[in-house]
Structures are given as C-alpha cells and as structure tokens.
Ligand binder design. Structure first.
Ligand SMILES: Cc1ncc(COP(=O)(O)O)c(C=O)c1O
Length: 455
C-alpha cells in the first residue's frame, strides 16, 4: 500500500480516480470526469477551470438558502469543536431542540420525529412506522414518482425507470395515477373530470382490502423529479377524506417540496391538509450536512409510548447534522425566504409561460413557488413526448441531455437530466429578479436545442 498521505492529487489524477474508482449516480459510468466544483457562493458555483455558473437546480433542490452561508458554517464549526456526534441512546441538545423546532414548523399536530441522514432513509422510516402502526403492508403509491434509492423507497417510486434494475423489496406497492392533468390517464379534463384520479384511489383501496390490508398512501404533494405535477386545489382535501374513511395513513414526502420550495413552509399548507406522516430532508440542512426526518402526528407518536419502536441507526439524530438544521431553519424566517419563493415563484412562472409561447418544444409549463417545470414535446398538438419514459436508462445521448449540456456551456445548471420529459427550474430561494431574468435568458437559448427535434 502506498503512503496514504502521498496519494497523487493533480487534476489529471483526480480525473482518473473519478473514472476508475467512483460510482456515479443514476447514469452510465462516464469515460470523462465531470467538471470539478471548487467553490460556491449564494446562487453560483465555480469549477476548477475558473468558470462560474448559475445554480438553477439548488443541487437537486436542496440548497434553498444558497451556498456557503457564513451563519451556518460558523454554527457547524462551533458545534464541531464541542461535540461532533454521540450514540443515539444518549440525548444531545441539538437533537432535542431540533425535534421541538420541527414540531413548531410542520402542519397540525405532527410532533414526534425520527431524525436520519437523508431523504430515502426518512421514507424507509415512514414505511416501517406505517407497517408497525397499522399492522398492514400494502402501500398505495402514484405513477411518475420518486421516493429514494433504497429498497423500499425505490419499490414505491412507481413509473420511474431508475427502479427497473432492482428487485422490489420492503413494501407491497399498489400503483395509482397522478393528478397529471396535462396527460390525464382517464382522458378527462379538469374540472369536468370531478377528480376521477382521486375517486379512483377510493375504489382501488376497496379492491385491495381497504382498512384491513392497506397501510397508507405515499405521495409527493407536488411531484418533483418526475415532472413538477401540481394537483388541483380539491385533490388533497378529498384524498384526506378517503384516507379517514378507510383508516389508512397519509404519508406526504416533502423531501423536495418542504422548506419553502413551493411558497409555503410545506406544500401541504397550500391545502390546509395535515398528513399523518411527513418526510423531509434536503432543505432542512440545505446540503451543508446530510440529514432527514420522519415526523408523525401525536396519535401515532403516542402509540409508540408503550410499544417497542423497531427502527434505529448509529447516526440517528446526528449531533452535527442537527446543529446544522438548527442554524439553517431560522434563516427561512429571518430572511423571509418563504415569502420570496411565493413572490418570485410567480415571476419565474410568468417568464416561463413566455418561453412556452416562443418555443415549439414546450408543451406545458407549470409550477408552484420557485419550482417550475417545462415539459418537452415533439408536437404541441399531439403532445407526443420528446423522449421516451426510459430515455434516462438507455445508453447514448437524448434531446434532454443535449439541453442539459447546452445549459452547462451557457453557464447554468438546471434539473434537465431527471426522468420524464420535464426540465425543472428550482433556484435557491434567495434568488433575485435579475438573476431569474439571467437564468430564463439562458434557458431560452438552450431550448433551441430541443426545438430542433420538434415536428
Ligand atoms: C421527493 C423525493 N423523495 C425522496 C428523495 C430521496 O432523497 P435522498 O436523495 O436524500 O435520499 C428525493 C430525492 O431527490 C426526492 O425528490
């Protein structure tokens, strides 16, 4: 073995390690290293070649407060000098305080948290809690969704081609449609449809054994990576009634939509609906350190007061992670970031609508808060998708990857390589109007690549 402090670290060496020693997420393994990021500040990041780019994806919708906020970095350093982590069987001040803070900001009586290390862990926890609380195993999930890369979360990520390579495990999924009005699976149009997509869920629950067999339904309140699907206003109130009727749990995965992304603290706040279990991650620590949480309503929390809670992890309630969240979360309040997301989100949507008028490739534009999706089609009339559902897992380039590449060349990163035909714009919530104009102008040019594939 070589002297570990002397491993060569010139740029060419690092490039080689990227290619030979690293697994790259959700992709064919590249034969060239991606550009290396050396610094980031606010809404921009810089690569090793000295180029600065605009971050219009908030790093997979996590860096809501922007990059390298000194308030958070100071808090991390302070905590790291005192105590980085300790066994979860003991209490630490950051963990206790964070659990209380989460009960303050989350809807209704959501009040007891299990704090983990990220989004998929938060969902795995939610699934286990639902199984243990109800004693049932079936879980309703909606097509075109992503709940994370681990076994149970991926089984519930229905219609996301990233799950096709995997044996399903951990959950018994029952799949139902989304409220995807642009491509309604029932061929209906809102509002004449009378919310057939949610009435159908009622029927499916009955056919799957109702309250005897079905534990719950898991959903993204506004579907993220699979297409920024915003439900009609009546959808969640109606779904709440159905869940209550059958006695099944509503699990809102707000890993992407939480912490102001849609212009409210949590997307469910738009409809005044309290889920039974809420999962969060990304915006809770904004990527400064990894953290996730699963928060349950009081009744579920109380259920476990005198019963064995069969879940845990060495790094549950990680001290440094919790201290990071304690520094991040008040920034949303202090800097009015939720309000900024609501206000500038409308501006971003309006500018995106103007793009739709201009570009042959844009079939639909939709969004809520600073979370806007651009759906690519070959033909606006026929709505034929620009790429197939499985394009992401097929080798070679596709029109959407070409748009992503063009965005990079023009100096911006958006979520253009996610599944489905939608490019997601989700800049940090600290973004200004001028920066939105800058980003939309870049998107305008990059979309010309997709226009060239239209018929
Ligand atoms: C809605 C949703 N759920 C779960 C996850 C998984 O989170 P993580 O990547 O932190 O495991 C993601 C990640 O993008 C997500 O968007």
């Amino acid at each position: 073995m070589q002297d570990l402090k002397q491993i060569p670290a010139e740029p060419t060496d690092l490039d080689q390690y990227e290619i030979e020693n690293n697994f790259h997420s959700w992709s064919f393994q590249p034969d060239r290293s991606p550009p290396r990021v050396v610094s980031a500040k606010g809404v921009r990041f810089t690569t090793e070649d000295g180029r600065e780019r605009l971050d219009f994806s908030s790093c997979f919708v996590s860096h809501n407060i922007g990059h390298q906020d000194p308030r958070v970095i100071d808090a991390i350093c302070r905590q790291a000098r005192g105590l980085t982590s300790f066994a979860p069987s003991m209490s630490t001040k950051p963990r206790a305080l964070l659990a209380k803070m989460l009960s303050e900001i989350t809807p209704g009586d959501l009040s007891r948290s299990f704090i983990s290390l990220g989004g998929t862990e938060a969902n795995e926890t939610a699934i286990k809690i639902a199984h243990q609380y109800t004693g049932r195993r079936k879980m309703i999930t909606r097509f075109r969704t992503y709940h994370g890369g681990t076994a149970a979360s991926m089984s519930l990520s229905a219609g996301d081609a990233r799950g096709w390579a995997q044996e399903s495990g951990g959950a018994e999924p029952v799949r139902v449609p989304q409220p995807y009005c642009y491509r309604c699976m029932f061929g209906l149009a809102y509002p004449d449809c009378k919310l057939q997509c949610v009435r159908y869920i009622d029927e499916v629950i009955e056919l799957e054994g109702g309250g005897e067999k079905v534990a719950g339904i898991i959903f993204e309140p506004v579907t993220g990576a699979n297409g920024v699907i915003v439900p009609p206003p009546e959808y969640f109130p109606h779904l709440r009634k159905i869940c209550d009727k059958w006695g099944i749990l509503m699990i809102a995965d707000e890993i992407m939509t939480g912490f102001g992304r849609t212009g409210k603290w949590f997307a469910m706040d738009h409809w005044d609906v309290v889920p039974d279990i809420l999962t969060i991650a990304k915006g809770m620590t904004c990527g400064y350190l990894p953290l996730g949480a699963t928060i349950v309503r009081k009744e579920i929390g109380d259920h476990f007061r005198h019963r064995f809670f069969s879940h845990g992890a060495t790094y549950a309630g990680h001290t440094l992670g919790c201290a990071t969240a304690l520094a991040v979360i008040p920034i949303y309040q202090e800097d009015n970031l939720i309000e900024n997301s609501a206000e500038l989100g409308q501006y971003l949507l309006q500018k995106s609508m103007e793009l739709k008028e201009k570009h042959a490739c844009l079939g639909d534009v939709r969004g809520l808060g600073l979370f806007v999706g651009l759906e690519l089609v070959k033909n606006k009339k026929t709505k034929e998708p620009l790429t197939s559902v499985d394009a992401k897992i097929r080798p070679g380039s596709n029109p959407k990857l070409e748009v992503a590449k063009k965005l990079g060349e023009l100096g911006m990163m958006a979520m253009a390589a996610n599944p489905g035909n939608v490019i997601v714009m989700a800049p940090p919530l600290i973004i200004s109007k001028d920066e939105i104009d800058e980003g939309v102008a870049i998107m305008d040019r990059a979309l010309e690549v997709a226009d060239s594939y239209t018929e």
